[in-house]
Design a protein around this ligand. Sequence first.
Ligand SMILES: [Ca+2]
Length: 562
Amino acid sequence: MLLADGLPTATRQNTMKTAVFAFAWLMGVFAAPAATKPNILLILADDLGFSDIGCYGGEVRTPNIDALAAEGLRFTQFYSAARCCPSRAALMTGLYPHQAHVGDMVDEYARKVREMLSTAAYSDRLNPNAPTIAEVLRAAGYRTGMSGKWHLGYRTNEWPAARGFERSFTLIEGAMNYYGFGMQHTGVITNPPMALDNAVFTPPRERFFATDAFTDYALRFLLDNAPSPEPFFYYLAYTAPHWPLQARPGTIAKYRGQYKAIGWDKLREQRHERLKKTGIIDPRWPLAPRPSNVRPWDQVPPERQDQWDQEMAIYAAQIEEMDQGIGRVLEVLRNIGREKNTLVMFMSDNGGAAEDPNRSLPGSAQGTRESYRGYGIGGAHVSSAPFRKTKKFTHEGGIAVPLILRWPARMPEPGRGQLVHTVSHLIDIMPTCLEVAGTKFPAQFGRGATLPPEGMSLAPLFIPGQVISRAKPLFWEHEGHRAVRNGKWKLVASHDEPWELYDMENDRVELKDLRSTQPRVANDMIAIYDDWASRVGVKTWPTPSPTPAAAKGSEKAKPQTK
Ligand SMILES: [Ca+2]
């Protein structure tokens, strides 16, 4: 069934009209829209690691995402901004997170450090003078819509409805119980903070599941806009597979048992081999060593092995359920005749998440409404394989993520299914959208002059065989973790630790620090980092870090779920 069970009562009437209309449309009563500007469907996964999905070496079943890759382009060196809020700010504005005023998290738990840093670069909402992709495209005649996670401002005038989205159905904060009402990340059993356009939305107590609800809303947007001659921009920002670990029992059952049969060491090796085989990584690069806080699989007690198997089965199910949702959206896109002229983009906002919020009610079964866990470092180091470190860090395991682009009308057969090794970043999505929509970035917005987008358009890559390279370096800073990527070189450091230098052509796994043998390269890059940090408003992160969150979970002393 196409339409949502979880839709609000107020919109049910519209839904019925939509259903009737959609039927008429599908029967060919209406002519295909004459839009020449392409539609843009931007799909963002949350906390999906580099090697989770099938077409990036993973064992999780993702046939719909894999089909996008087979018909489009797969990027091997695409980067996020390390964590939810900064990544979403960079994606929406085409600026570095600090320029978009989201250098750190917008949440209450980061309030003290934001006050301590006391600068606009670390605020609790998106820069009002930095237009979003939705605002720019809406001005260019696009219909705009969104469903999923926002995480760029809690106040009503900071919601998607106020930032260019004509229609939106969203989670305002960073995480939610997938069943709606239930345990939340605050440790309180309540409703998640959701919005339908500019009003608070309360999910129904029964038959609500976030991944499906976000998919259903996207379907309704597509069907509602099917007769419109205007192109659309839709941002489908799934919360999957971000914690809490929650999925349908039937989907979980498909994976249960397979993870403890292989174990995390062999699973990482398997993903590494598949990545090498597909050409996504260089066969010369080894697998990063197991993190020091994860013990060898054969030394893990059987009960912990079984618990990890359950965690990974739920995590995999979350991804598979998202993939099924994407399949439904792509099917409707095809049915309304808009598949060919739609640029579909799929990406993630950071690497595997080592956090474990552990808010489960005592005695609750994993995966249910009453449970609230993450998979911790035991799962995250697999998701980020073959790289080092995880979400929040600026080593490759924190920032390297998949990117898939598909646009049948502009991608001739010979180019389909190819790998793209161009170094690219979330900041490139705004310029790409501007170019394909044939519109310009505004010089003025809100109450002042805009900052120009920092990235480059990826649109030239739609021509088969075309190669583009980055003229400018890329930069990162998040909670004191920092990095520069300039050509083959990457300078990187974790908070309060010295810079390391890596040759990414020979050593993308970041194992051989060349800082002492290449001091001139390192010093030049430190200088360009300092210039950038000063330009965008980076401040020195306090020591000790005031927002440790739950990111340092260890597999040596992990608490068992009771
Ligand atoms: Ca995230």
